[in-house]
Design a binder for this molecule. Structure first.
Ligand code: A3P
Ligand code: MG
Ligand code: MG
Length: 388
């Protein structure tokens, strides 16, 4: 027998694990079973970025007048400070609120006095922002790199963006980004159509645009064998938000801008890059409608098109009989497989893991441990809430 002392376990990073994207053909075929996203809670940020557990930030779609300039008011934009890392804080606060507040009765006849607050998290495998889920879903067909952090608490894995310092944007980039917000401001009302004065509709162009206020919907959904809670910004309701227990998600719509499609090249690029993201983003939150505002090269709103989220994949297939640039079933099956694998790659216990996709080169998602103790980015209040 050797007299050597036993080897000590290393105190730092465990070895890297990887999940291969290739071959993509492996993911094609029938999509993994999914449950229709169902809203469990919603919240709003006001113009000071204060979170309210209500629908005060909900907006109502009302078509904008064509011919307006989407660059109007660019210099007045009241901009959200995106150098601050907000982690999952507001989503976690909304979940604490949801799990500590008794449900509101859906009718006055219903006796709700003894109702217990709903417990959602014990049955959930993943909690994240819809933006992160969109990145995961699009990975097989995207060369955009991503980096995320993950922690596991009570059998639920929480995923946040691994925030990098924001890349400075040139003036043109800032202007195009502004046009997206401006289109949202020109297309929405703060109250239902029946409650607003004509003047308010006609003068939407005069309103100072800000990207601080938001309305967010939190849904419960499932992909393959994984149950998820996703939180994401919703631009507006198409008509109204039901309060009788019907799922509000089916009333939501997403607003997007795009340059007018003039050439085959424009269409190819729109279908390959934009429609993949439009579909993934809205599909994950159960948003059935994407309204696209097309602008001229000068930024004039020229045309509006309403797309059914569900029909986007078949639309892209139909326009590309020689082989579509992406495949919704393959994206869903990849995500189902990746989530299943993450449950084994990220074990229960303290610590934080980094999940990364380089975009080019190695076609793999890599996971490594970056912190040994604690619960990373989870707030103290949230850890306490889950532990008690
Ligand atoms: P468009 O998508 O119409 O260009 P969202 O559509 O997700 O609600 O985002 C609203 C707008 O915010 C976008 O409108 C875009 O202008 C801007 N935006 C979103 N993400 C951005 C990013 N990463 N960089 C710059 N602008 C962004
Ligand atoms: Mg939005
Ligand atoms: Mg939008």
């Amino acid at each position: 027998m050797s007299s050597e002392p036993p080897m000590k376990r290393p105190r730092t990073i465990t070895s890297e694990l990887s999940f291969a994207l290739e071959p993509i053909a492996r993911w094609r075929g029938k999509p993994a079973p999914m449950r229709q996203p169902k809203e469990i809670a919603s919240f709003s940020y006001d113009d000071k970025r204060v979170q309210h557990h209500d629908d005060s930030g909900l907006k109502y779609y009302w078509p904008p007048a064509l011919g307006q300039h989407l660059g109007n008011g660019f210099k007045e934009l009241v901009k959200h400070d995106d150098s601050v890392d907000e982690h999952l804080d507001s989503l976690l606060a909304a979940l604490i609120h949801h799990e500590t507040t008794p449900p509101v009765p859906v009718s006055i006849e219903e006796d709700n006095t003894a109702a217990e607050p709903p417990k959602v998290l014990p049955a959930i495998d993943f909690v994240t922002w819809r933006g992160m889920a969109t990145k995961l879903l699009c990975t097989p067909f995207s060369s955009d790199p991503w980096s995320m952090n993950a922690v596991r608490l009570n059998d639920t894995i929480y995923i946040e963006e691994h925030k990098q310092p924001p890349r400075p944007m040139d003036e043109r980039g800032e202007l195009f980004s502004y046009m997206g917000y401006k289109f949202e401001a020109l297309s929405t009302l703060r109250r239902p159509f029946g409650e607003v004065e004509r003047k308010e509709i006609e003068e939407r162009d005069k309103e100072v645009v800000n990207n601080i206020e938001q309305y967010c919907s939190i849904v419960k959904t499932s992909i393959g064998g994984s149950r998820l809670v996703l939180g994401g910004e919703v631009d507006c309701v198409y008509d109204y938000k039901p309060e009788d227990g019907e799922n509000p998600s089916s009333h939501y719509c997403e607003l997007k801008t795009n340059k007018l499609i003039n050439t085959d090249r424009d269409r190819t690029s729109f279908e390959r890059y934009k429609l993949l993201k439009f579909w993934a983003q809205s599909f994950l939150l159960g948003v059935p409608k994407v309204i696209v505002g097309y602008r001229t090269n000068d930024g004039i709103l020229a045309h509006i098109e309403e797309l059914d989220t569900q029909k986007i994949p078949s639309m892209v297939k139909k326009n590309n009989p020689q082989g579509p640039p992406w495949d919704a079933s393959a994206a869903i099956n990849f995500m189902a497989g990746l989530l299943e694998w993450l449950k084994t790659a990220i074990p229960e216990g303290e610590g934080m893991w980094r999940m990364e996709y380089a975009g080019t080169g190695k076609r793999v998602v890599e996971v490594k441990r970056v912190e040994l103790g604690g619960y990373g980015f989870l707030t103290e209040e949230f850890v306490e809430h889950v532990m008690t």
